[in-house]
Write a protein that binds this ligand. Structure first.
Ligand code: NAD
Length: 956
């Protein structure tokens, strides 16, 4: 290769590479039906790839035809009905099925080198003839059970033992089941041991082990594991090891610097495979949904530019690293070759890597010119391997990918070789008035360490000595009657002394509230809103304190507690913003001589009755919705969770004083006490004009009756229980459905109103679902949620414990237990998860809300039966569906009778302003919480009509 002064050297090299591969050609075999269809219509392409993803699940030929036609119909390409009607003829449908399977398998064969090791070895033999190297990747996706992880681990071992000098690429998440950011600490040692054993085998058999990169949330974890194991004495000199740096990560330069610094401390070199990264869509969406900084560059050109920067850095450290440039972008490779040339680096000291099935001509350029060219070789079952494949295809046909631009859009060669240029940053046109509060990112070790320290600090401050008085007319009051709040995960651990209100304090609070309420309303919506937004700021600051109390008082796992604090902050900001929009304007028509105004007026004194299961967010949400609408509020929290109520309301009260003035401090009063005494008294009080309640159906209905009978009638808003179903339809992705159902049913020990208590599975996948679910369940062990890795904690108290056990006894009698082991942990109120099937028709387990970790499983012969079962309940709160059939999704969406319906995701975890929350039937009365209409329930309208005509003269 020779340079010329006016053309940059990398462009010359790039042209040479282009010249070699001669004419522009497709990067894969376009004879394939699916690829052909996908190249001319982007939407059709996406739909076909979605079909490819579900195909391995479709057992019957009719399903293949039906689902394919549904996906085609979803695109602009309206031909699905043709496929459907044409292929209904029996002979044609057989032919059609074979055509589809062979076409998709054909597609799989382009990118998957073999169905098993034997076939992979044949491919390896062919590559050897072409002087090309390989690294083997065992296909597979989510590993849910111990058995599944053993399978992958043993296959890796076989490869290392069975193939002389094998080179394998390992996914750490395949070595232990269900590894995720919540259980890193718990899985770390097992994972390290498995990796250690693989390295030992590789040392013995002259083999190489590369650890693949995965999602961003794992990258710090993978980094730590690999580094710790390779730092052990027995591996200090071991150099047949590789890791991956993903250039699309904003942190990748920092990652690389750390690898370099570490590599300098050891004797053996490590291979650094530099890739751009294959999970861009996921990383982008995941971060936006969480309100976190997006970890990947949002402009592809920035990734390309970063790739070049990292290329230089790696090549500058060639003494410690063996670079592997993995890319199909000719510009990126040409740039690497330029630096290699400048630095006179030997061809033995680096390698180029490309995927099997991609750009074979370019591969031979390298292998024929004495470079080390390594092919990344996925192998495994063709149809199940498709999810890997689909990702590859989507990535490589994404609009800004080099392959798409070069080989489908046919961009000019010189355009493709230009240095990557970032597009101008798009300014966001609309500034959003409300944004959700971001959860803490426990995916980083630094955050986990910081929070653990905060939790221990809070724990130290709590004991019997911590007093939790009433708040009455702005004054703290310790009454005669009190009790001790304990940690439900550890009955011995005393958290605070809680004081109970008597009728006397209730009367005082009502009188104070009544006196100040009108003045508060007259103060105006801006000031009222400001109280909420300032409180939100304080909450954000005290987030770790609130999280800690939620963990200790209500037994929530870390992320559940943190999610609840975010929700509380969201309620504050969302309702503050809603109030400004709703309560300011006149919406009625006026005419000459007739002036009409519509005013929203507060109701007066309202009462909030809250449950223990969302003791911060729901208690505060109802309180501030009422407050910002101009009411004074009495709060009767659940007796189990008075501490968090006290801490939260103290801050709210402080902001009322600060923003409105001290004279307003009677606006909110905290009145702990039992439901049957204080609750009953307040709900029947004539001065209480509005009751916002969240709790069980039994209590809610009782209060509803009292509210309706009262004169003047009381406004009653209620969020109540559920008996929430998830339907698993036959096209469901079980890799997602199983963890989704487990989380929905057993997260927070099934104590969410939205928790799944019935899973209805279509017969065709029932056994498979059940078997995998049972194995996956072994990993859900309740424990003290003080530890980060605990999936689910205790139930709230002795009553709940006894109550759930009554249902467990019933399950033993009225059904067949699928999964249950009695808890031996008597330190707290621990109940292990139970799954039951074959329940008798009239079983109470099918009908009643249990509020504990009990899940009933039902087999439905078909979709209609599944929907009928799902709707066969007095409740209508949430429901879920796992399906990959567009028609099924449409049908269930239409027919399911619930307020919140979730498709292909867990049925819990509503977020303010995104999933307005509330149910149908006996689950709710009123508009949804966290939605656009909620505040309207806390006001009454006054319409004023004035005749402005005076003796025939209209003043307007
Ligand atoms: P619960 O009905 O026992 O108690 C709720 C509140 O009502 C408590 O503060 C309690 O002291 C009070 N109360 C009890 N009896 C009363 C009476 N006679 N008069 C006035 N107040 C009385 O419910 P819980 O066990 O605290 O909470 C769990 C229930 O809440 C479940 O049924 C769950 O589904 C429901 N919940 C619903 C939602 C939702 O948004 N739909 C959210 C959370 C909880």
């Amino acid at each position: 290769m020779q340079g010329s002064p006016e053309t940059p050297r990398e462009i010359e090299i790039g042209r040479e590479l282009f010249a070699y591969i001669k004419k522009k050609q497709s990067f894969f075999d376009l004879k394939n039906l699916f690829l052909k269809a996908s190249t001319f219509d982007q939407k059709l392409q996406t739909q076909l790839f979605k079909f490819v993803d579900v195909l391995p699940n479709l057992k019957k030929k009719e399903s293949i035809v039906k689902i394919l036609s549904e996906y085609i119909d979803e695109s602009n390409f309206k031909a699905g009905f043709l496929v459907n009607s044409f292929s209904k003829l029996p002979i044609i449908s057989d032919v059609f099925k074979s055509l589809v399977i062979s076409s998709v398998s054909g597609l799989a064969r382009i990118f998957i080198c073999g169905r098993n090791v034997e076939e992979a070895l044949t491919t390896i033999g062919e590559l050897k003839k072409k002087k090309q190297e390989y690294t083997l990747d065992l296909l597979g996706e989510v590993v849910l059970t111990q058995g599944e992880s053993n399978y992958y681990y043993n296959r890796y071992r076989e490869l290392l033992k069975g193939i002389d000098g094998a080179n394998i690429s390992v996914k750490l998440t395949a070595l232990v089941p269900q590894v995720n950011p919540n259980n890193f600490d718990a899985k770390k040692e097992v994972l390290k041991e498995r990796l250690r054993r693989l390295y030992r085998l590789a040392q013995k058999n002259n083999a190489t082990v590369n650890v693949d990169s995965e999602h961003y949330s794992w990258h710090e974890f993978i980094f730590t594991i690999v580094k710790e194991v390779l730092s052990e004495t027995e591996f200090k000199d071991f150099d047949r090891v590789g890791i991956v740096v993903q250039a699309y990560l904003k942190e990748s330069e920092k990652d690389l610097d750390q690898w370099i610094a570490w590599a300098k401390t050891r004797k053996g070199k490590i291979t650094v495979r530099l890739v751009k990264g294959a999970y861009w869509d996921y990383e982008h969406a995941h971060a936006l949904q969480k309100g976190w900084e997006v970890p990947v560059f949002e402009d592809k050109a920035l990734t390309d530019a970063n790739y070049e920067k990292l290329t230089e850095k790696i090549l500058g450290n060639i003494k410690f690293l063996r670079p592997a440039f993995a890319s199909h972008n000719i510009r990126s490779l040409a740039y690497a070759l330029k630096i290699i040339e400048e630095k006179k680096i030997s061809k033995d000291d680096f390698e180029i890597q490309m995927l099997y099935g991609m750009l074979d001509n370019l591969k031979s350029y390298f292998s024929e010119n004495g470079y080390c060219l390594r092919v990344y070789l996925p192998y495994g079952k063709l149809l199940p391997g498709m999810s890997y494949l689909v990702r590859r295809l989507l990535e490589n046909t994404a609009n800004d990918s080099f392959l798409k631009q070069g080989f489908i859009d046919k961009k000019s060669q010189d355009d493709l070789l230009q240095a990557p240029m970032a597009k101008a940053v798009r300014e966001s046109a609309i500034e959003e008035k409300f944004t959700n509060s971001a959860d803490l990112n426990f995916e980083t070790q630094a955050m986990r360490d910081k929070f653990k320290a905060a939790l221990l600090e809070t724990k130290k401050k709590l004991s019997e000595e911590k007093l939790c008085p009433l708040l009455v007319n702005g004054k703290k009051k310790c009454t005669k009657e009190s009790f001790i709040a304990v940690n439900p995960a550890n009955k011995e651990e005393k958290l605070a002394t809680i004081f109970k209100a008597s009728i006397e304090e209730c009367e005082l609070a009502i009188a104070g509230a009544q006196e100040i309420q009108e003045k508060w309303f007259a103060l105006g919506v801006e000031k009222r809103s400001k109280v909420l937004t300032e409180t939100a700021k304080d909450f954000e600051e005290k987030r770790t304190y609130f999280n800690s109390i939620l963990i200790l008082e209500s037994g929530k796992a870390w992320h559940e507690a943190d999610g609840e604090t975010s929700e509380a902050i969201d309620f504050l900001n969302y309702y503050a913003n809603q109030a400004l929009e709703l309560f300011g304007e006149n919406k009625l028509r006026s005419f000459p001589g007739e002036k009409n105004r519509n005013l929203y007026q507060a109701l007066g004194v309202s009462l909030v009755i809250s449950p223990w299961n969302f003791p911060l967010a729901i208690m505060l949400g109802m309180t501030v919705a009422s407050l910002v609408s101009g009411n004074a509020v009495l709060i009767k929290p659940s007796t189990q969770t008075c501490l968090i109520a006290y801490e939260a309301l103290s801050i709210l009260l402080e902001n009322i004083r600060k923003i409105a003035g001290k004279e307003y401090e009677a606006l909110i009063s905290l009145l702990p006490g039992s439901g049957s005494v204080i609750g009953e008294y307040l709900t029947h009080h004539e001065k209480v004009r509005c009751i916002a309640f969240t709790g069980s159906n039994a209590t809610g209905m009782r209060i509803n009756e009292a509210a309706t009978k009262a004169r003047p009638v009381k406004r009653f808003i209620a969020e109540m229980g559920g008996k929430n179903p998830i339907i698993v339809e036959k096209t469901a992705d079980l890799d997602e459905a199983i963890p989704g159902v487990i989380y929905s049913a057993f997260g927070f020990s099934g104590q969410k109103c939205s928790a799944c208590s019935r899973v209805i599975i279509e017969a065709e996948v029932y056994d498979e679902f059940k078997q995998r679910m049972i194995k996956a369940m072994d990993l859900v062990k309740p424990g003290d949620p003080e530890s980060f890795e605990v999936y689910t904690g205790p139930v709230i108290d002795q009553n709940a414990y006894d109550n759930v056990h009554k249902y467990i006894d019933l399950a033993l009698k009225e059904g067949k237990i699928v999964y249950y082991k009695e808890s031996q942990n008597k330190q707290g109120f621990f109940v292990n998860p139970l799954i039951v099937e074959n329940l008798i028709d009239e079983s109470r387990i099918t009908k009643e809300e249990i509020f504990g970790p009990v899940l009933a499983m039902y087999k439905a012969e078909n979709l209609d039966e599944a929907i009928a079962l799902a709707n066969d309940t007095e409740f209508g709160l949430t429901a879920g569906l796992y399906s990959r059939s567009p028609e099924v999704i449409k049908k269930v969406t239409k027919d399911i009778q619930v307020g919140n319906f979730y498709i292909n995701r867990p049925c819990t975890g509503a977020v303010v302003s995104r999933q307005a929350f509330g149910g149908h039937k006996n689950s709710s009365i009123g508009f949804k919480a966290g939605g656009p209409n909620y505040l309207l329930q806390f006001v009454q309208e006054k319409t004023i009509t004035e005749n402005t005509m005076r003796r025939g003269f209209a003043d307007d």
